[in-house]
Design a protein around this ligand. Structure first.
Ligand SMILES: Nc1ncnc2c1ncn2[C@@H]1O[C@H](COP(=O)(O)OP(=O)(O)OP(=O)(O)O)[C@@H](O)[C@H]1O
Length: 266
């Protein structure tokens, strides 16, 4: 199943947010999207998930425009975990995950024990089975985030779009979640802020800046000190290992001149 974006342009209220964005997501790959705040990662993912429509260009799923697929057909193929996904409903943790089964239910396919088993497994995979009866509003940010991922896993869509999936998670859960997602037999597109996580888990990385993709390739190719300086304004050393991996070490900026310090010294 191939998801592609071609020549996407998207603007709001006369402001251009995305300009001529093209991206082919390879089946089975883990594609990271990195870029500074406001560079367009969420906007691109929303277009690729079909919840927003581009003013120009198209997103295609297996060569057919997304707009030609029905909502349920898209939901069976693409699971999207949004950055600030929230629910105001008074539901339990388990019920939140059960929502992932919605695209598979219908008059002829009511809820079954197979759905229960899928939900059980998704809860276990994100280490939340013990919280299944807890009410949503009593859960911490990280616990909710893990349930959003469980809901997406329960959806059993072959393509998973994750907008900052490690938001709110402690470092142990960040790494185990990325590993969990990586181990699934899925095509994954994830917006990530942690460049070392992107280097560790992604097959390819797309770098966004000012609403455009300015680089696309393997982590070792894309994560270059000069590019990171240009895009993020940070100074880094990139350590490379013999297996083709890389690790980014950030350098502390030089102290600002005294006159620019926010708090004047007495
Ligand atoms: N509905 C909207 N109306 C107006 N501006 C919008 C809208 N959606 C996004 N934007 C603007 O578009 C730009 C890109 O936003 P987007 O959320 O896609 O960036 P991002 O790369 O995901 O940022 P972050 O890393 O902060 O999550 C931002 O400047 C944002 O303010």
């Amino acid at each position: 199943m191939t998801l592609s974006a071609k020549g996407l342009c998207w603007s709001v209220g006369g402001t251009t947010i995305l300009s001529d964005v093209s991206l082919d997501v390879h089946p089975g790959e883990f594609l990271g999207i990195i870029g500074p705040n406001g560079s367009g990662k969420t906007s691109l993912m929303a277009l690729m998930a079909g919840i927003r429509r581009p003013q120009a260009g198209a997103v295609t799923l297996d060569g057919k425009p997304l707009s030609a697929h029905g909502r349920q057909a898209i939901a069976r193929r693409i699971a999207f975990v949004e950055q600030q996904a929230e629910t105001t409903e008074r539901i339990t943790a388990r019920q939140a995950v059960e929502l992932g089964r919605t695209p598979h239910l219908g008059a002829l396919t009511p809820w079954s024990r197979a759905d229960d088993a899928i939900v059980d497994r998704a809860l276990e995979e994100v280490d939340m089975a013990h919280f299944s009866r807890r009410l949503w509003h009593t859960l911490s940010g990280g616990e909710r985030q893990r349930l959003h991922i469980a809901r997406a896993l329960a959806q059993q869509a072959p393509i998973l779009l994750l907008d900052e999936p490690t938001n709110h998670l402690d470092i142990g859960h960040q790494i185990s979640l990325l590993q969990l997602v990586r181990e699934q037999d899925l095509t994954v597109v994830a917006a990530l802020h942690d460049l070392n996580h992107a280097a560790m888990f992604c097959d390819r990385i797309a770098v966004m800046q000012g609403g455009r993709i300015v680089a696309l390739g393997t982590p070792a190719k894309v994560l270059e000190p000069q590019r990171l300086a240009d895009v993020f304004g940070v100074t880094v050393d990139v350590e490379r290992d013999s297996a083709g991996g890389c690790f980014i070490r950030y350098r502390r900026p030089e102290p600002r001149p005294a006159k620019l310090k926010l708090v004047a010294e007495a």
